[in-house]
Design a protein around this ligand. Sequence first.
Ligand SMILES: [Zn+2]
Length: 259
Amino acid sequence: MIDTHTHIYFAADYPDGGSVGAVDCALEAGVSHMVLPNVDLSSMEPLLELHHLRPDVTSVAVGMHPEEIDSDWRAKTDDVFARFEGESPVAVGEIGIDLYHDRTYRFEQMDAFGYQLDLAMSMRKPVIIHCREALDEVMEMIGSMGDGLPPLVFHSFTYGPAEAERVLRLPDTVIGINGVATFKNAPEVREAVALAGIGRIVLETDSPYLAPVPKRGRTNESSYLPYIRDKVAGICGVSAEEAEQATDATARKIFRLPT
Ligand SMILES: [Zn+2]
């Protein structure tokens, strides 16, 4: 089972054994690999430190999160990409547009997303997209990139089936499903999962956020991934084993992880 999106490198969230403890706990729960996406300048060092402590079971993704974008985004983004040189990132992310809390830097967010999409294309890396209240803007930027788009993962997909159909029209694109699919108040996400089908889904926890039922409200960790796998399996009408095999195969292909 592959957790394609986890921030368990925020050690303060994991007082029992810290980040390394959280990784080992996930391994015991049947998680074989974890992708660690960067957020901003301050997340880089704990992220890389954890990766260096558990290099075989973690991979890193390089990017500047949309909520960290302001008028000074260009210099900070360049610093992030420079720091990850030589760290063999498996993807660019998480990048995108988030207009949920604040629309102040809408145009800067679009520019920064386009800039990082360009970098992903020149690095020939897949992209982990964070998109909240901004699907039109995200699709506009993707549409402006021309041919040769890399594989895209719409992480923490919390839209419904109509939006799923819209993004899945893009080739080599999948949706990342997390604990939200287990929430009682998110039937539209389950409809999106059913529409996508098991072949266009990857699993994620988005730890430390969005812990799945029955752990909802607690600090999320990668070891809770089986709850998400089981939910997705149930919606798609396949066994837990089939769901795991299919989503693992998709994740390995997109991020070019060793089998
Ligand atoms: Zn994230």
